[in-house]
Design a protein around this ligand. Structure first.
Ligand code: 13P
Length: 285
C-alpha cells in the first residue's frame, strides 16, 4: 500500500536524518530503488515529474506499476508515490485521482499571493483524500525536465506565509539547483536553520545531486528531512551502460542493456543513504 510522507518525514525531522526522494523514469528505476530500499529496510519516496509521467504513459499507469512491484517483490517498507513539481492544481488533482499518495505543488514561479492561493487549493483537495502536500517558495534553479531557471532564495517571511496554507512539508529555495552544479553549491545554512526553528513542518532539499556530503550532513543538522535525487542516479547508470555497450556492441537485449546500470544505481543509493541516515549505519553495525 502506498502511504503519504507525513509519518516518515515527521520521524526523520524528530531524529535528525533525511528520507530520500528518488525520481523514477521507468519500471527498472522503480524496481531497483524499491529492491535496494527494502534490503536496507528504510522508507522511500518515489518522485515522478510531469515529464516522467508523459514518458511512462500517465499517472494511473505509474501508480499501477508501483503497486504491482510492491506486491510482486514483497516490498514491506513504507513507500510514498509523490508528484514532483506539479505545475498546477489540475496536475496535482490528476495525480491524486490516479492514486498518488503525495504531491508537490510548485507555484514558485508566481508571486507569493498567487503561490499561496494555488497551494491552498491543492492542500484542501489533497487533505480531503489523505494525500500529503509539499510546496516551494523562492525558486530552485537549474534544469528540471529540460526547463532552465534561476535561483531565487526564499525569505523567512515567505516561508511563514506559505506554511499558513496547511502544507505538510516545505522546499525553501536556499541556493541549491537541479542537475549538475557549476562550481561549489552555495547553500544558506543560517536561513535554513532559522526556517526550521520557526516552522514545525519538515523541510525539503531539492537538487541533491552533487552537493558535497559534508554539506548534506550540515543541511540535515539544519532541519532538512527529505532530499531529492534525480540526476545522480542517471549519471551513474549512464556511465555503466556506456561501458557495457562499448564492451558488448552485439548485445541488443534491452533487459541486458538497461540492466547493466542496475548495480551502480544500487551502489549509489547505498552511498547516499549512509549519508542521509547515519543512524541506519549504526543500526547495521
Ligand atoms: P537533482 O537532479 O539535482 O538531483 O535534483 C532532483 C530534484 O530536486 C527533483 O525535484
Amino acid at each position: 500500500m502506498l502511504v503519504n510522507f507525513n509519518e516518515m518525514l515527521n520521524l526523520a525531522k524528530k531524529d535528525k536524518y533525511a528520507v530520500p526522494h528518488f525520481n523514477i523514469n521507468n519500471l527498472e528505476w522503480a524496481k531497483y530503488v524499491l529492491e535496494k530500499m527494502q534490503e536496507e529496510n528504510l522508507p522511500v519516496i518515489l518522485g515522478v515529474s510531469e515529464g516522467a509521467k508523459k514518458y511512462m504513459g500517465g499517472f494511473y499507469t505509474i501508480r499501477c506499476m508501483v503497486e504491482g512491484l510492491i506486491k510482486d517483490l514483497n516490498i514491506t517498507i513504507p513507500v510514498c508515490l509523490h508528484l514532483d513539481h506539479g505545475s498546477s492544481f489540475e496536475s496535482c488533482k490528476e495525480a491524486i485521482d490516479a492514486g498518488f499518495s503525495s504531491v508537490m505543488i510548485d507555484a514558485s514561479k508566481y508571486d507569493l499571493e498567487t503561490n499561496k492561493k494555488i497551494t491552498k487549493e491543492v492542500v484542501d483537495y489533497a487533505h480531503s483524500k489523505g494525500v500529503s502536500v509539499e510546496a516551494e517558495v523562492g525558486h530552485v534553479g537549474g534544469a528540471e525536465d529540460n526547463v532552465y531557471g534561476d535561483v531565487f532564495r526564499a525569505t523567512l517571511e515567505d516561508c511563514i506565509e506559505i506554511s499558513k496554507t496547511g502544507i505538510d512539508a516545505l522546499a525553501p529555495a536556499l541556493g541549491s539547483v537541479h542537475g549538475i552544479y557549476k562550481g561549489e553549491p552555495n547553500l544558506d545554512f543560517d536561513r535554513m536553520k532559522q526556517i526550521d526553528e520557526t516552522l514545525s513542518i519538515p523541510l525539503v532539499l531539492h537538487g541533491g545531486t552533487g552537493i558535497p556530503y559534508d554539506m548534506i550532513k550540515k543541511a540535515i543538522s539544519c532541519g532538512i528531512s527529505k532530499i531529492n535525487i534525480n540526476t545522480e542516479l542517471q549519471v551513474t547508470w549512464h556511465k555503466d551502460v556506456l561501458e557495457f555497450i562499448k564492451e558488448n556492441p552485439n548485445i541488443y537485449d534491452p533487459r541486458k542493456v538497461i540492466g547493466s546500470g542496475e548495480v551502480s544505481i544500487k551502489n549509489k543509493i547505498n552511498e547516499l543513504i549512509d549519508i542521509f541516515n547515519p543512524n541506519h549505519i549504526s543500526s547495521k553495525n
